[in-house]
Design a binder for this molecule. Structure first.
Ligand SMILES: O=C(CO)[C@H](O)[C@H](O)COP(=O)(O)O
Length: 231
């Protein structure tokens, strides 16, 4: 018996996670992002792990999942340029610019993306937006600069809040020992300019707008199946 029920968000994530296998280059180490969509990709990747030497990971969480599935994880400093980087996004616009960092892994994600020739973004269709900024922009910051940066964002019309740990223990601490500001209320008309400007503010480690490291391909999970966007 077949069902005509629309695919759930989880099913769409699984669909694009599997579709990304087509971009894995046999014999080459690949870069792996972070998040629930990437978890689907990692699970699918395990089925073809004999075809790749391993991965460079963008977070402790992805490293643990890769290793648990028997996929070797390499130090970014031990390898050269990567052919492909597969990661999710919180938002993606029509030019492949993204907002990332909902999972707090933005700094290592941007580093691995910068080490890779091609960024393949995997996302369900709800992530596609005309203009970035509906999702509050994550910014990883050095803790002592947090309130100074809250004021800087306020001056440009944004409301920045310090992200809290889910266990109620206080501010969330990233894999790099830093904090995250989530900046609401900004419509990012010029992603490249915004990323360039905010990256220069003292205390900013990484801004979660990925314009310099934009996607070249997006596999978007839609009710009609996987839509491939190229930028
Ligand atoms: O940037 C990220 C983590 O820092 C993720 O890619 C982004 O938050 C999307 O996650 P998900 O696939 O769970 O929706």
């Amino acid at each position: 018996m077949t069902s005509n029920a629309p695919l759930s968000q989880d099913q769409l994530k699984a669909l694009v996670g599997r579709a990304a296998l087509a971009y894995v280059v046999p014999g080459e180490i690949l870069g792996v992002g972070t998040g629930s969509t990437v978890n689907c990709f990692i699970d699918a990747l395990a089925e073809i792990k004999d075809r790749i030497p391993g991965a460079v990971s963008s977070s402790e969480a992805s490293t643990a999942r890769l290793k648990a599935l028997g996929i070797p994880v390499f130090d970014a400093n031990a390898v050269g340029e990567l052919a492909v980087y597969v990661d999710g996004a919180d938002e993606i616009d029509g030019a492949g610019h993204m907002v990332k960092g909902g999972g707090a892994a933005l700094t290592r994600e941007k580093i691995v993306a910068a080490q890779s020739r091609r960024f393949v973004c995997i996302a369900d269709a709800s992530k596609k937006v005309p203009v970035l900024g509906r999702f509050p922009i994550p910014v990883e910051v050095v803790p002592m600069a947090a309130q100074q940066l809250v004021r800087r964002f306020a001056a440009m019309g944004g409301q920045a809040t310090l992200r809290q740990a889910k266990d109620g223990s206080g501010p969330l601490v990233t894999d790099n020992g830093q904090h995250i500001l989530d900046v609401a209320g900004l419509a990012i008309a010029d992603p490249l300019g915004f990323e360039t400007q905010v990256s220069q503010w003292p205390g900013v480690v990484t801004v979660g707008v990925f314009a310099h490291q934009r996607a070249q391909v997006c596999l978007l999970g839609t009710p009609e199946g996987v839509q491939t966007l190229t930028f």
